[in-house]
Design a protein around this ligand. Structure first.
Ligand code: GDP
Ligand code: MG
Length: 263
């Protein structure tokens, strides 16, 4: 009689339950009517994704209807509450769904911006390292974009230098919103840093919890924020929120300011 063998654990620290978890995509967005349907369809096709939640954060266009028609669960904030709040709403919905399923199995979360269209399919490359346990959070790094950017350098530098100062981690693209993470990593970063500080807060908090973060190259293309006044307003809000997230995590003001100046 042969002795039953225990299947060996996959590479890394994952136990079988982590590897087997399904993936829930959460797409926070505002006024993405032209892009959301293609984004939702691409994300639905990613292997392992069994739930796609679009959180429409007070759009004034057809974002909600088009996301719904493309097959997403849609939750709408009637008043704009910011990117972090939209992610919280999405994860809460995922967890309620798990509860309704009798608590069977937690999901990994895949955070995806709404403006990626067909290229959103590429965020699937973020999943395997989380499922295998090689990482608790993976972050997509984007190739150079087809259209020119609008002065994001200052905010990127602030975020990169702040993260390095607080954790020692050298992030290539600290503001990338495309991330896959375990439920445990999400909890380690909760409450999330508000607004546009959410990405920096996730990275710092998850690293400080002793968990592993990996950047993964990903062939993504999004709508690049321009250098018109709307773009400048977006960058200014991003700068404010990133600085708040870093300061709330202990970065000293003078260090933050020096980092922003690039000196
Ligand atoms: N929840 C929420 N998401 C937003 C808001 N404004 C933009 N977004 C979404 O956040 C993501 C990133 O925004 P985007 O304008 O592409 O900025 P960029 O990628 O930093 O240039 C996209 O999915 C947007 O639809 C907002 O006010 N609230
Ligand atoms: Mg974008």
């Amino acid at each position: 009689m042969s002795t039953p063998t225990t299947p060996s654990a996959p590479e890394g620290r994952a136990d079988a339950s982590v590897a087997a978890r399904p993936v829930a995509a959460v797409i926070p967005c505002k006024d993405e009517a032209d892009r959301i349907a293609a984004t939702v369809r691409a994300v639905r096709a990613i292997p392992g994704v069994d739930l796609v939640v679009v959180v429409d954060d007070g759009s004034t266009d057809e974002t909600s209807g088009r996301a719904h028609d493309a097959g997403a669960h849609v939750i709408r904030h009637s008043v704009n509450a910011g990117k972090a709040a939209a992610l919280v709403t999405g994860v809460r919905f995922v967890r309620e769904t798990e509860g309704n399923a009798g608590g069977a199995g937690r999901h990994h979360y895949l955070f995806v911006d709404g403006d990626l269209q067909e290229s959103a399919a590429e965020v699937g490359v973020l999943v395997p390292d989380v499922r295998s346990g090689a990482a608790d959070m993976t972050i997509a790094t984007l190739p150079p974009q087809k259209s020119a950017g609008g002065g994001r350098g200052l905010v990127v530098r602030l975020a990169r230098d702040g993260i390095r100062e607080l954790t020692g981690f050298q992030a290539r693209q600290p503001l990338s919103g495309m991330r896959c993470l375990t439920a445990e990593a999400y909890d380690a970063a909760s409450p999330l840093a508000p607004g546009w500080g959410v990405e920096v807060g996730l990275t710092v908090d998850i690293l400080r919890a002793g968990l592993t973060v990996l950047e993964v190259p990903c062939e993504l293309h999004h709508r690049v924020t321009g250098s018109d006044w709307r773009g400048q307003v977006h960058r200014a809000k991003q700068y404010r929120d990133v600085l708040r997230a870093l300061r709330a995590r202990g970065l000293r003001v003078r260090t933050a300011t020096r980092a922003a100046r690039g000196s």
